[in-house]
Design a protein around this ligand. Structure first.
Ligand code: ATP
Length: 449
């Protein structure tokens, strides 16, 4: 496999020698103008590496840190090829989460706005019929999560992917994981072998066997920075704390960082829900996002957070990959991720596209080994987050009451679910916000800077 690897220094040196533009990379005028309109004055490092290689007709493995513009790095060559060879059902993009599929579609629409691009998102959790109607109109680009795409391949009459010229695996290491094994195999069987394939991620599987599954042809690896590098403008900390005091520490850290947009990552759907409820019971506006919520509620939660009506998103790893929400200032890992690579994706939700960001990872007595694996992966020891531990204790009583209420609310949710009424987590959280306000009135409202 040919390799192109660039470190930041190389890029700085190179950029002082010659100004790189989208045009100088070989991008056609109409797409250059669109980039300009989007405010993309020059290509990002990964775009600089991958676009010319892709435009020359190669398969590409693109590896670059989070928030570095990988989506544009594959969208632009696909759109340029489409311009040269206009055809319906031209490209298929596979991505692991539904939210990410919508985001990638938006990027295709934005970059392809001047050329009349037609796109379709095919994801689970929403009605198949609407998707069938759009698929029947044969869009140029289909952005899909693997499971729902397979459903359509099996059930939607007349839908085939036999004409596909480009396959893109975004968050490729995740798509090549066992979780998507059978779906990916089904999809690969029905798309032409004669095609171009792009693999992009901030973390890539090193296992050749897995990479072979993607059936690349003489791929060129375009890597920017070292493997598993986290962004320079991201200030990462860990906080060592006793497991039983996690909620209290969370309340304290959130309180201290109030005013910032934050994502709090939890390990399970239940803990995500519980944590969001506890924060709300403390009078802090937080919205949960996890896989047990309906798709409409998931998108609603994300939109509330994106539009800054809610400044805290509490989420599972469903939100760890790819989501591009520029205003995220802080990431808190309430639970240490079980898969070390997820750490890189989680903290990559902040400090995007050259901005600053901060992350705090909670490490309890049970997580030391997991945490050490993360430090090994990122190749550095992180500083400890400074915290006045006595101040945390002051919150204990109020947090205990918030926990008690959250337990009741979770129980209520459970029994509602057992009954005929299907209650949704976010809905329940909204119903309960009234209670929180009453509670907040009784107790002292938490300090907001
Ligand atoms: N050349 C550019 N100039 C300025 N902004 C850009 C450029 N390319 C991309 N961006 C913006 O940078 C942000 C991050 O891009 P993108 O979401 O593609 O990152 P990513 O590398 O895919 O991250 P992740 O690994 O987290 O998925 C987006 O808001 C995008 O619009």
């Amino acid at each position: 496999m040919a390799e192109i690897s660039t470190s930041s220094d190389d890029v700085t040196k190179a950029s002082t020698e010659a100004v790189v533009t989208f045009q100088s990379l070989g991008v056609v005028d109409v797409l250059c103008e669109t980039c300009d309109k989007l405010g993309w004055k020059k290509p990002s490092k990964i775009q600089e590496e991958a676009i010319p290689v892709a435009l020359q007709g190669n398969d590409v493995i693109g590896l670059a840190e989070t928030g570095s513009g990988k989506t544009g790095a594959f969208c632009i060559p696909v759109l340029q090829a489409l311009l040269e060879n206009p055809q319906r059902l031209f490209a298929l993009v596979l991505t692991p989460t539904r939210e990410l599929a919508f985001q990638i579609e938006e990027q295709f629409k934005a970059l392809g706005s001047a050329i009349g691009i037609k796109t379709c998102v095919v994801v689970g959790g929403v009605d198949m019929m609407g998707q069938q109607i759009i698929l029947a109109k044969k869009p140029h680009v289909v952005v899909a999560t693997p499971g729902r795409l397979v459903d359509h391949l099996e059930k939607t009459k007349g839908f085939t992917l036999r004409s596909i010229k480009f396959l893109v695996l975004d968050e490729a290491d995740r798509i090549l994981n066992m979780d998507f094994e059978s779906e990916l195999d089904t999809i690969l069987k029905v798309i032409p072998r004669e095609r171009r394939t792009f693999l992009f991620s901030a973390t890539m599987t090193g296992k050749v066997k897995k990479l072979q599954r993607a059936a690349l042809t003489k791929p060129v690896k375009c890597a920017v920075n070292n493997k598993y590098h986290t962004v320079d403008k991201l200030f990462q900390y860990y906080l060592f704390l006793p497991s039983k005091d996690k909620d209290c520490y969370l309340a304290a850290v959130v309180n201290e960082l109030a005013g910032n947009a934050m994502i709090i990552f939890c390990g399970t759907c239940a803990n995500t829900q519980r944590t969001a409820l506890i924060l709300r019971n403390l009078g802090i506006s937080a919205v949960p996002l996890h896989g047990q919520m309906s798709q409409a509620k998931r998108l609603g939660a994300l939109n509330k957070f994106k539009s800054a009506t809610k400044s805290i998103l509490v989420a599972t790893d469903v939100a760890s990959r790819g989501l591009d929400i520029p205003h995220v200032d802080v990431v808190i890992n309430m639970d240490v991720p079980a898969r070390s690579k997820d750490y890189i994706h989680r903290v990559g939700r902040t400090a995007r596209a050259g901005r600053f960001g901060k992350s705090v990872t909670f490490v309890t007595q049970y997580d030391v080994e997991l945490y050490q694996r993360i430090e090994e992966l990122i190749g550095k020891k992180l500083p400890e987050y400074e915290m006045e531990h006595n101040e945390v204790k002051v919150l204990q009583e109020r947090v205990a009451e918030a926990q008690r209420l959250a337990r009741l609310e979770m129980k209520e949710r459970g029994s509602k679910k057992r009954g005929a009424v299907a209650s949704d987590s976010e809905e329940l959280a909204d119903q309960n916000i009234g209670k929180h306000k009453i509670y907040a009135k009784k107790g002292k409202k938490m300090k907001r800077k």
